[in-house]
Design a protein around this ligand. Sequence first.
Ligand code: GLN
Length: 257
Amino acid sequence: MKNNQSSIVNRQYSLTIGWLYPGLMSTYGDRGNIIVLTKRCEWRGIKAEVLNLNQDFDSKLLNDLDIIFMGGAQDLQQKIVSSDFSKEKIKLLREKVENGIPGLYVCGAYQFLGKYYKEANRSKIKGLGILDLFTENPGEGKKRLIGNIAIKNSDGNVIVGFENHGGRTYLGERLKPFGHVMEGFGNNGIDKTEGAIYKNSIGTYLHGPILPKNPEIADFLIEKALVRKYKKKIKLEKLDDSLSKKAKETILRKIVS
Ligand code: GLN
């Protein structure tokens, strides 16, 4: 992904990207999502600062964020993070989601947005209750949902990624899925839904990481963040995404029958 085009210099623009729990929640290359977000800003002359919000972070920092990212984890790390999510942090994060702060929440983080995650041993990790969804791991004897995945979102765009989760997620009636499964498992391996989208927040099982393979999602987050922050119409200039397009086509040829 190299920007060959002359860039419209937006030096007056800056964005703060908050990475929630990078030390505990970052599996299957989730760091790549942060790299893509910052690079795609920089290539356009937009200043991007990343705030790493680790355990015990000061909840007030949530007020400084223009984009929120949180990655996946194993159950153990999810438990630790769950206890770090104070009432104040939950209240502020809910406010951000409701106010349309763009966010990407992958796998374990996506599960967190819901009401609860029931582990294989039947114990429950409390969710943040921001989105109307819940997740249950059916336990012993049931396979993890692992592999490459391709979905189609509501704009008809194809998105590819890699999923690895034991939890099966079920959406409330009014919550829109992020996409529909073409190949792979998605939310629960049954209803063909994948992830959830609410206002400008995306919850998804797609690791990979998702943004290098699908840079249009990064641009969705960046554009929404700029429009919110600067309160004017902003259209991002195009970047040369031919390499990620090729990568996506190759993956699709391999997995979609
Ligand atoms: N612990 C969760 C599950 O297995 C999330 C896994 C992940 O984030 N990769 O369902």
